[in-house]
Design a protein around this ligand. Sequence first.
Ligand code: ZN
Length: 251
Amino acid sequence: MKYLILSDIHSNLEALTAVLRRVQRKRFDRVVVLGDLVGYGADPNPTVDAVRKLKRAVIIRGNHDKVCSGLEAGEMFNKVALESARWTEKMLLPRHRKWLRALPKGPVRVDELFSISHGTPLDEDAYIFGEIEALNMFPYFATPICFFGHSHFPVVFGLDEQALTTYIPTPKGPNGRSFKVKLRKGTRYLINPGSIGQPRDGDNRASFGILDSDRMTMTIYRVAYAYEKTQAKIRAAGLPSPLADRLALGR
Ligand code: ZN
């Protein structure tokens, strides 16, 4: 089976379109989306439309989906995030807002092999950045693999009886496009495929993953997209300018 793993799209239609175009010739059995479809970007409705069209998809909500659809007030959000959430809530078509509100909360078990969560398998709003946070979360899922998003940093944590191993994707040179980890039997994994719509690891290209359960490989891909177009839309919408600026830097 091949699974397409998408996370943190954040209303960035150009990035999502570039990713879907890149994978259109690959055959997928299933697609999973780890939440934060909207928030930050200027295209909430076309983004939700595109995600709703994905076939054989399992989708969970993220913290921005909750605030942008009015499920939560966003007390924990910073000023910029809250401003964009308010804007998004106003712009969302009622049918999309209703659909976002009904998205399930993670963790959700997708099959025997993996579960999906937005922040951590214990708390959808909490972050996994480093090894200590990752180690603490392994008891909270039963499957060999758990995917998570929220931090916008692509990373693979593998835990066996000996130790925790951390793989941080470092594309080889400016043309580097993918990073592959061979998954081992007896090792459990926490994997973040990175963010499609607002990468924060210093690489401005959209990040996503593919899990191949026959070959037992996890590959994280990067795709360049026309972020200048996304930036122009964010500025034209009157959204806070740091949301546009950071897309060029991938920070
Ligand atoms: Zn996010």
